[in-house]
Design a binder for this molecule. Structure first.
Ligand SMILES: NC(=O)c1ccc[n+]([C@@H]2O[C@H](COP(=O)([O-])OP(=O)(O)OC[C@H]3O[C@@H](n4cnc5c(N)ncnc54)[C@H](O)[C@@H]3O)[C@@H](O)[C@H]2O)c1
Length: 285
């Protein structure tokens, strides 16, 4: 998600620094961002010169206290764990510009809880982007208990600058989108586990029956079942039994079969492409 968000801001003319604990992740992200910029040129969305300039405005480093120094906006996109997000916000907050907006891309954690790590929680807001960022037009802006009107106004303005439509949501577990999507993905996994239908047919049902652009199992592979499981555990804890994670998701995460990023999830992937007919079968579960 971080690389997609960085690409969106670079394309709109911002200087961007990406930081990550892993230098390998940073190398992969920089290469992917360059690829997305080049794709924009090939599609006629951007001049080659503008794309090259945008890429030159990108810096990458492992030290967040260097990367965030003096920045006007932080968008944190680390793993979906409250303690890790709080550590990142605390470290960045010490070096960001005095009136910086601190945004979290959390799918389901409490913005209010994340904001307690900041010196001024009123500056913290959820900016929930969608995957893949360069194709998805919407950002859910999430108000924590302390988020003030100026922070909302500025976050909205950032969304406009990068060409995204924003909606505003009061903090509730899972917001609007993750809550519905987690429920759908979990139910699809229960159906797969029970052998109600094949993975391919469950996905086709939603794509062609309801006109969803992707089926819930394909979407889970794209999101990552590890992220999905964290979200479901949190929703189960906060909203109750209806969000109990399907045992098959727990089993897949334990096996490292977490989706596209691992080369296998519900489906197998080769060179980033889904292998036809590779969906998990009930008999194998
Ligand atoms: N994947 C999606 O579809 C999606 C959509 C919307 C929001 N989100 C949210 O975005 C966030 C990131 O999700 P993702 O799918 O990009 O995860 P990811 O696992 O692909 O990326 C997380 C990155 O965080 C880095 N990281 C871990 N611990 C760190 C630390 N202590 N300091 C610095 N970096 C650290 C990891 O090296 C990794 O590169 C999560 O909060 C998730 O809920 C994800």
């Amino acid at each position: 998600m971080g690389l997609g968000i960085a690409h969106a801001f670079l394309s709109a003319g911002f200087d961007v620094c990406i930081t990550d604990i892993s230098s390998d992740a940073l190398k992969r992200a920089s290469a992917a961002i360059e690829g997305l910029l080049n794709e924009g040129v090939a599609r006629g969305k951007m001049e080659a010169d503008a794309a090259a300039k945008a890429f030159r405005r990108l810096t990458a480093m492992t030290d967040i206290t260097e990367g965030a120094r003096g920045a006007a906006l932080l968008v944190e996109t680390v793993v979906e764990k409250l303690s890790v997000k709080a550590d990142i916000v605390r470290a960045a907050d010490a070096v960001l510009a005095e009136d910086a907006v601190i945004a979290t891309n959390t799918s389901a954690l409490s913005v209010t809880a994340i904001a307690t790590a900041a010196k001024r929680p009123e500056r913290v807001i959820g900016m929930h982007f969608f995957n893949p960022v360069h194709k998805m037009k919407m950002v859910e802006l999430v108000l924590g208990l302390a988020t003030d009107a100026d922070t909302l106004r500025r976050a909205r303005a950032y969304c406009e600058r990068i060409g995204k439509v924003s909606i505003v949501v009061n903090e509730t577990p899972g917001l609007t989108t993750s809550r519905m999507s987690a429920m759908l993905g979990n139910e699809a996994m229960y159906m797969l586990q029970e052998g109600a239908a094949s993975a391919e047919d469950i996905d086709t049902a939603l794509r062609l029956g309801f006109n969803h652009p992707m089926g819930p199992l394909e979407l889970g592979d794209l999101t990552g079942w590890d992220t999905r499981l964290s979200v479901l555990r949190y929703l189960h804890e906060t909203l109750g039994e209806k969000f109990r994670p399907c045992p098959l998701i727990i089993k897949m995460v334990a096996a490292g079969r977490i989706g596209r990023k691992a080369g296998a999830g519900v489906y197998q992937y080769s060179d980033g492409q889904k292998v036809p007919g590779s969906g998990l079968r009930a008999s194998a579960i």
